[in-house]
Write a protein that binds this ligand. Structure first.
Ligand code: NI
Length: 195
């Protein structure tokens, strides 16, 4: 297994639509395994292939909360086949939008159909954090980020801050200065919420 670099917004590859997987072959299984390792190391609770620069419809998830414990989930070609009329709002974050969080409303329950790591068709009913996470990851496969669900004013502010942070990091790397450590609060939150 290998750790893959995670793309951050604004990167044009995060805005592209990913292609369906034809068969879950050894290459796709390796991608799934590398993505899971990358997600755990980040740390995050979900990751989609375009976030590591691979435009294929593959996502991985692992939710662990008091009420939900899924273990690792691998999904190729995930699609929502049913969604509740009722919405739930959750404060979302994303490994590709580091250190920014915003409330996003999405259907409370969804039923998702996908190919598992063995290439078998599965269906799963998701609610709570898992429903949010599955919808957030499927959005990535269509080039949609959680900041596309919020006001353009807030989205543009976040994108400007991300660009500035990237430029500062590049300048620090050039100057060979150590990067400014993130606050422990930001780190703890990222660990809990980044999907
Ligand atoms: Ni994300």
């Amino acid at each position: 297994m290998a750790l893959l670099p995670i793309l951050t917004a604004p990167d044009p590859r995060l805005k592209k639509k990913s292609k369906p997987v034809e068969t879950v072959d050894a290459e796709i299984v390796r991608l799934m395994d590398d993505m899971l390792e990358t997600m755990y190391a980040a740390p995050g609770i979900g990751l989609a292939a375009p976030q590591v620069g691979v435009l294929k419809r593959v996502i991985v998830l692992d939710i662990e909360r008091e009420d939900v414990k899924t273990g690792p989930l691998f999904m190729a070609n995930p699609e929502i086949v049913e969604a509740s009329d009722e919405d739930a709002t959750y404060e979302e974050g994303c490994l590709s939008v580091p250190d920014h969080y915003s409330d996003v409303a999405r259907p409370t329950h969804v039923r998702v159909r996908f190919l598992d790591r063995e290439g078998k068709t599965q269906e799963m009913t998701c609610d709570g954090l898992l429903a949010t996470c599955v919808q957030h990851e499927i959005d990535h496969l269509d080039g949609v980020l959680f900041i596309d669900h919020i006001s353009s004013l807030k989205r543009n502010m976040i994108l400007r801050k991300l660009l500035k942070a990237r430029k500062d990091a590049e300048r620090e790397a050039e100057d060979d200065k150590p990067a400014v450590p993130k606050s422990s609060k930001a780190k703890a939150k990222a660990a809990a919420e980044a999907i």
